[in-house]
Design a protein around this ligand. Structure first.
Ligand code: ADP
Ligand code: MG
Length: 347
């Protein structure tokens, strides 16, 4: 929470773009990075290249693209596509191709996850205060009333036009950053970058391997404290974690309420899972699935993986057990303080 506030301040001060780079000697691979604030979060893009000019141009272009997408997808900016759709009064609203692409992907994933990913949850999230940071426990009758405005299958998307019923509202928050990560990766690749690490507010997009050819070593946040649970060694993959340990509030009843909502109840997820990490080629798939599988819970998430098997995952339960798919089991090393956790292989 505190970090978010600091980030907002940085934005307000207009100091959101800092381009840092070493003076690269032509022919030698150097590290270049750019940190900025976008999509309500702090991002750092790091690329490795033998040309300072190329690296900086690539970083600038990727950050610009993120800014563009933010402008289209913000739920609060009156000029955004999503705002226009959410205030369309039941009429069709024309959107940019990027927005149509994002929505079509989100709706597809909503269907595939049986509504565990629910892009129309915005009214319910607002009632809980997760869109304004002024949190409260809404009365049960308000939740059930708002749930009537929720339903991905009632969103009409035809080419570049979106129609919502009156009262319905979209929140692309669970997939936007992942989708944007794929876009940023594509831009870097167009600049010939083959080694880069993108941190998109905790979503990681690893382009290729480290410059020496070895895997990136990524710390997976512990849902039980400030530190790292373990280290994952991967190349050429996105890694996205969802959990209720980062954005939550303690209600007047002393209960902890997280920001991921079970669309079937309208209440924050409370199913024994502490976090879900998804590893796959595409950031958008990781982002959609990390949220959806967190909603599903351990049993259903394992069932879903067994049907698809085209991604890897690491589930951490509140009872401090780990479920990890066979594809990344040997690539994940628990930190010493968590060595006693029981690890189950999913295969
Ligand atoms: P984060 O964006 O915090 O890294 P997620 O990708 O898991 O985490 O997205 C969570 C966000 O998605 C919430 O803050 C909320 O805006 C929205 N959301 C909450 N529950 C759901 C859900 N079941 N389906 C789709 N979006 C959700
Ligand atoms: Mg997500």
């Amino acid at each position: 929470m505190e970090i978010r506030r600091i980030c907002v301040c940085i934005l307000c001060l207009g100091a959101c773009l800092s381009l840092t780079a070493c003076l690269g000697i032509q022919g030698r691979i150097e590290e270049y990075s750019n940190s900025f604030f976008a999509m309500d979060t702090y991002m750092t893009f790091t690329v490795y290249d033998d040309s300072a000019r190329n690296a900086q141009a690539a970083l600038k272009q990727a950050a610009r693209r993120l800014g563009e997408l933010e402008e289209l997808w913000s739920v609060t900016d009156r000029n955004s596509d999503i705002y226009a759709v959410n205030h369309g009064g039941g009429q069709p609203v024309k959107v940019q191709e990027d927005t149509a692409g994002l929505l079509s992907f989100a709706l597809k994933m909503a269907k595939e996850t049986n509504g565990a990913l629910e892009p129309t949850l915005y009214p319910v999230l607002t009632a809980w205060g997760f869109t304004t940071e002024v949190n409260q426990i809404p009365p049960a009758d308000q939740i059930s009333r708002l749930l009537q405005t929720v339903g991905y299958d009632r969103v009409m998307l035809a080419e570049n036009s979106v129609t919502l019923e009156e009262g319905m509202m979209l929140d692309p928050g669970a997939v936007g950053k992942g989708y944007a990560g794929d876009e940023a990766e594509q831009i870097l690749r167009e600049f010939g970058i083959t080694s880069a690490l993108l941190d998109i507010g905790g979503n990681i997009q690893a382009v290729g391997a480290k410059p020496d050819g070895s895997d990136w070593r990524l710390g997976i946040r512990s849902p039980f404290g400030e530190g790292v649970l373990g280290v994952l060694r991967i190349s050429d993959s996105a890694v996205v974690t969802s959990g209720n340990y980062e954005r939550y509030f303690i209600g007047e009843d002393g209960v902890r309420y997280g920001h991921i909502i079970d669309p079937s109840t309208g209440y924050p997820v409370d199913n024994g899972l502490a976090s879900v990490t998804i590893v796959a080629q595409e950031g958008k798939l990781c982002d959609a699935l990390s949220t959806a599988l967190f909603v599903m819970g351990e049993e259903q998430a394992v069932g879903y993986w067994k049907l698809r098997q085209d991604f890897d995952m690491l589930l951490v339960t509140e009872s401090e057990e780990i479920y990890v798919t066979k594809g990344i089991k040997d690539r994940f090393d628990l930190r010493n303080e968590y060595k006693d956790m029981v690890v189950h292989e999913i295969s």
